[in-house]
Design a protein around this ligand. Structure first.
Ligand SMILES: Nc1nc2c(ncn2[C@@H]2O[C@H](COP(=O)(O)OP(=O)(O)OP(=O)(O)O)[C@@H](O)[C@H]2O)c(=O)[nH]1
Ligand SMILES: [Mg+2]
Length: 378
């Protein structure tokens, strides 16, 4: 292993029995900022130093290179080249790093799209978001150390993409004292509410109060009334916002108050839900969660979110994760909103099928599909 430097840009060769060893030596000596410029079999005149050569470039500030600035070049057989004509060498180094990153699988451009971008689209991520994620992953790639860049394609790219996907969403399973679930008909509000009563109330030794505002439909409140009886917790069906206010305010301060609402489609929402929505939105102490199903099409999710936006939900819940093999739609809705995801449901069993939202879980199907999608578009 030999080399020399100027005070500006240096280029240095490392020789070893394998390329990996040469890169590791370079990393130890030069640190993570040095750039891998080339690897090759060692030329005959340097073969005695090692079978392979890894050529690195960088700025002296980032390297532990001991030769003085004016050191004379070493003999040709083992010497590295020196070059550095411009003032803005840091910019040059960045450029070279980007170039190296572009030569790696972070972007294997064809028809203007990168492989990752096309793989994300294949995994049902909309084109504009796929492009943004691809760009961000490329940035991550270009700021990685050369050794990491040199890692096999799948490891680095999938790990960077998973990290980028996770960074774009929030999770928060902290419940307020008073919680209301709102959302389209049949999305799983009542079922989720009962699961919460079990796990977040009774399971944690906390008193629970169940309230249903679903009193316009015949038998609307009966399901929750029955569960309240099974759980042995107080239940109240309220027919007006005044009655709702009274029910909330009369609950003990330490109680978890869970409010169920009826689901209304666009045709009935204005007539039947707006008063309740305005009241709920006006109360700062109500923690409103919008419940959507993982099986909804992205546009339908967006429309439902628009309609139920009247309630000013602070968080999102997703149900029916068990009924789909792709979480792309729910992931994109969580990114689009952007509101934290609180709880997930992947089945009908009460209380088993509830889980606190975790980022890895929300990107799980996308990350699992990625290697397959990458090889499909390669
Ligand atoms: N497969 C599956 N079914 C679910 C899940 N969550 C709820 N369900 C089922 O979906 C159906 C509707 O659930 P509800 O809790 O009554 O839905 P809702 O939002 O209260 O319905 P409305 O009050 O009519 O608006 C029930 O049969 C539930 O068992 C889930 O995560 N997976
Ligand atoms: Mg219901």
């Amino acid at each position: 292993m030999v080399g020399n430097q100027t005070q500006t840009l240096y280029v240095k060769s490392f020789f070893a029995a394998t390329i990996r060893e040469a890169i590791e030596q370079a990393r130890q000596e030069l640190g993570p900022d040095a750039l891998l410029l080339n690897t090759r079999e060692a030329p005959p005149e340097a073969r005695h130093l090692g079978a392979f050569e890894a050529v690195f470039g960088g700025l002296p500030a980032s390297a532990n290179v001991s030769a003085p600035a004016a050191a004379a070049p070493e003999p040709a057989a083992s010497a590295a080249t020196v070059a550095a004509p411009t003032d803005d060498l840091r910019a040059q180094v960045r450029e070279i790093r980007d170039l190296v990153a572009r030569l790696t699988p972070y972007s294997t451009s064809r028809r203007g799209e990168s492989a990752l971008e096309r793989a994300l689209i294949e995994a049902e991520i909309p084109a504009h978001l796929a492009r943004e994620i691809d760009e961000a992953v490329r940035q991550r790639g270009s700021s990685r150390s050369v050794v990491e860049i040199a890692r096999p394609r799948s490891e680095g790219l999938v790990a960077d993409t998973a990290a980028e996907l996770e960074d774009r969403i929030e999770v928060d399973s902290e419940l307020g004292r008073v919680v209301a679930l709102v959302g389209p008909p049949g999305c799983g509000k009542t079922t989720m509410l009962v699961k919460l009563a079990f796990t977040e109330g009774i399971g944690k030794g906390r008193p629970v109060r169940l309230i249903s505002t679903d009193t316009l439909r015949v038998g609307g409140a009966d399901q929750l009334r029955t569960y309240a009886a099974i759980l042995g917790v107080p239940f109240q069906a309220v027919e007006s916002t005044a009655a709702l206010a009274q029910a909330i305010d009369s609950a003990p301060p330490q109680a978890l108050v869970l409010i169920d609402t009826a689901g209304y489609g666009p045709a009935l929402f204005d007539a039947l839900a707006v008063d309740l929505a305005r009241y709920v939105a006006s109360r700062q102490d109500i923690d409103v969660h919008l419940v959507l199903t993982a099986t909804m099409r992205p546009l339908d999710m967006e429309r439902a979110a628009g309609l139920y936006g009247e309630f000013r939900p602070q968080k999102l819940m997703f149900t029916r994760l068990d009924e789909t093999s792709s979480y792309a739609a729910l992931y994109c809705e969580a990114v689009r909103q952007p509101r934290p995801v609180s709880f997930l449901s992947a089945g009908q069993s009460i209380p088993e099928d509830i889980e606190e939202a975790r980022k890895e879980r929300l990107v799980e199907t996308l990350v699992r599909k990625l290697p397959e999608c990458l090889s499909a578009v390669a």
